[in-house]
Design a protein around this ligand. Structure first.
Ligand code: EPS
Length: 360
């Protein structure tokens, strides 16, 4: 299965194209719309979310609500369509695509900004909402949540013991989509303070995937490894600067005896996705040798603070080469909550791709 997006932030809308999606899947667009709604939420978002009410339309690949096996295109319309009236910009924002994009494509900052904008993530979330329905048919469930915002820790102490449903309910009871709603107030204060200071905040996101059978991905070739596929999908989300699986970077600080997950056989689980083989810990994050091992898959992503700030950083005018301050465009103070929905969608698309490959 292949996946592409098209569209600009202030163009007509965003388009996702999924080629190779299986035939015969009954599609519920309300599942996609609910993911799109969640992406528009979270605390610290900018004014654009008040303008848009994102909903999906399936343009191709569907007949009587059932996928046909033909390429599927998903369309999310922009209400704020005014690309031809948007100002041309000249002062690149440090941390944004502006400078590298203006030099690479030679069309100035505006067209680069329009395509690199996180508005594109609406298309990924739409495609993720469709792929989620395929995963559900295979009893695979995916939940994304926020583990920290700035230096506010939102990771519950017992996170390893929490069930999928407990995490989901915590996430759904949090305005920040965090795993520790009881600590949200501290994170909201940090966002408010940041806004006052004209600054922005990043954070850490985690995605947990339950019900994955043995053998998605492969150890046989580098580009089939499931950890590599997930990492590429997640790292490609706007503003993500780091990706970990399981214990991740921390595993480099520990001895092997503390890192690897002992194998136990439990006959009661012989007829489940585990085939009886379970682990006392899950430091591998559900992937060994590039293949799923039937334990929950755990992926973490680090999001940098958004580069657009009301107190702009030093920059250079692209025409005069004189020192100046970077442009300010309407933006979010903190989009970590929204990014948790996008990272979830990116992981879903990558996992669905591996699943489709494994199907007979
Ligand atoms: C976003 C839409 C954008 C930004 C933001 C996220 O809309 P606008 O530019 O019209 O305000 O609010 O994008 C960025 C922060 C960025 O740097 O690209 C969205 O729909 O998520």
């Amino acid at each position: 299965m292949r996946f592409f997006t098209a569209g600009e932030s202030h163009g007509r809308g965003l388009l996702a194209l999924l080629d190779g999606f299986p035939a015969g899947i009954v599609v519920d667009t309300s599942v996609i719309d609910s993911d799109l709604r969640r992406r528009q939420g979270g605390y610290g978002r900018g004014a654009r979310q008040k303008i848009e009410t994102d909903t999906v339309e399936l343009l191709t690949g569907i007949c009587r609500g059932i996928t046909t096996g033909a390429p599927i295109t998903l369309w999310v319309k922009n209400k704020d369509y005014r690309i031809d009236e948007m100002p041309l910009l000249n002062r690149p924002r440090p941390g944004h695509a502006d400078l590298a994009g203006a030099i690479t494509f030679g069309q100035g900052i505006r067209p680069v900004l329009e395509r690199s904008s996180a508005r594109e993530t609406a298309a990924r979330v739409a495609a993720g909402g469709l792929c989620r329905q395929l995963l559900t048919l295979h009893s695979i469930r995916v939940v994304g949540y926020v583990l920290s915002i700035g230096n506010v820790d939102l990771r519950p102490d017992n996170i390893g013991q929490l069930t999928f449903d407990e995490l989901l309910s915590r996430r759904d009871n949090s305005e920040l989509y965090s795993a520790a709603p009881e600590r949200d107030a501290a994170a909201k204060n940090a966002i408010d303070k940041c806004k006052e200071d004209g600054d922005s905040l990043g954070g850490v996101i985690e995605v947990r995937i339950d019900g994955v059978p043995f053998g998605l991905g492969s150890c046989m070739q580098w580009d089939k490894r499931l950890d590599g596929l997930l990492a590429q999908a997640v790292m490609s989300v706007q503003a993500i600067k780091g990706v970990e699986i399981g214990l991740g970077f921390e595993s480099a600080n520990q001895r092997g005896s503390k890192v690897h997950d002992p194998i136990i056989f439990d006959t009661a689980l012989e007829n489940t996705a585990h085939r009886g083989f379970v682990r006392s810990t899950n430091n591998a994050g559900g992937i060994e040798g590039g293949m799923s091992n039937s334990e929950p898959i755990i992926i973490r992503a680090a999001m940098k603070p958004i580069p657009t700030m009301t107190t702009p950083l030093p920059s250079v005018d692209l025409t005069t080469h004189q020192p100046t301050k970077a442009e300010y465009e309407r933006s979010d103070v903190c989009a970590v909550s929204a990014a948790s929905v996008v990272v979830e969608a990116a992981a879903i698309i990558a996992l669905a791709t591996a699943l489709v490959e494994s199907l007979p």
